[in-house]
Design a protein around this ligand. Structure first.
Ligand code: ZN
Length: 277
């Protein structure tokens, strides 16, 4: 059942767990995430990014998700990930997305507040939830989203409190040491910063850069208020490696390759879905 992100995250909050947000940009990724949610009866978030507009437009993504989820009774949200353009936020809402992330993290603080508040005003009028980001994640290997900076800018707990109050966002993405993509060295996750943010902010907190983050660290983050964890890179890397191995042995029909992709995607998605519980 397609609901907004606020509803999905309130279920997770009541259960004390985090919902996985998995990137979708093709028929295979959409089926992989929906089938994993259906099979395990675990809520999920399907995240389509602005950068995937070359793969499909908002209307196609929404239509495919709706068609593939007709018999789903488990709640899930269709989310627009890392969107730096207000126009695209509005287009996604019109196309049927139930959640949007306006990413003004590269702007000045005041511009980020002003633009996020605009996104919230329109989204809430349409029953759509809004996520925003404060601070900025560093970019790891195979990174496919966010900024391309090597330096992490940690979220300030005081600013987080002010930001949430002034914008009315439903969820806040925090920067505490995870990276977009795969880690280049040892992860250094600042759970102390997360705990300070949690004391000041009542909305659910979001962790980007789930791929490759150690399980014990993820569990610690969930204990301290993380309710949504984004996973993108590992799904792609694992699936491409799986297909490469397959192609060494055989030359399957393209339709079989599509099914093989779905199976590989499901392996990574289910691993994280179960880990986040
Ligand atoms: Zn991200």
């Amino acid at each position: 059942m397609l609901v907004n992100m606020k509803q999905v995250l309130s279920i997770a909050d009541a259960g004390g767990y985090a919902v996985g947000s998995f990137n979708v940009y093709s028929y295979e990724t959409i089926r992989g995430v929906l089938e994993s949610a259906r099979k395990n009866q675990i809520p999920a978030i399907l995240a389509f990014g602005e950068r995937y507009l070359e793969n499909m437009d908002f209307e196609t993504a929404a239509a495919m998700v709706k068609s593939e989820s007709k018999d789903m009774d488990i709640p899930f949200a269709l989310h627009l990930d890392h969107c730096t353009s207000l126009e695209n936020v509005y287009r996604a809402i019109k196309a049927g997305f139930t959640s949007v992330m306006y990413d003004g993290s590269a702007l000045s603080y005041s511009d980020n507040v002003a633009n996020t508040a605009k996104a919230v005003e329109v989204a809430h009028a349409c029953g759509v939830s809004v996520e925003a980001e404060l601070g900025s994640l560093a970019s790891g290997e195979h990174s496919h989203e966010g900024s391309t900076a090597d330096e992490e800018i940690y979220t300030s707990p005081d600013q987080a409190e002010d930001f949430v109050r002034r914008t009315g966002v439903d969820a806040l993405a925090v920067s505490i040491g995870t990276v977009h993509g795969l880690y280049k060295g040892e992860p250094n996750i600042r759970v102390d910063i997360l705990r300070s943010i949690k004391k000041q902010v009542t909305v659910p907190l979001v962790l980007h850069g789930g791929s490759g983050t150690p399980e014990n660290v993820l569990r610690e983050c969930i204990r301290h208020g993380i309710r949504k964890i984004n996973v993108n890179t590992e799904i792609s890397v694992f699936t491409v490696e799986h297909i490469k191995e397959l192609l060494k042995e055989t030359t399957p029909h393209l339709s079989v390759l599509s099914l093989q992709q779905i199976n590989a995607i499901k392996q990574v998605v289910e691993k994280y879905m179960l880990m986040f519980r």
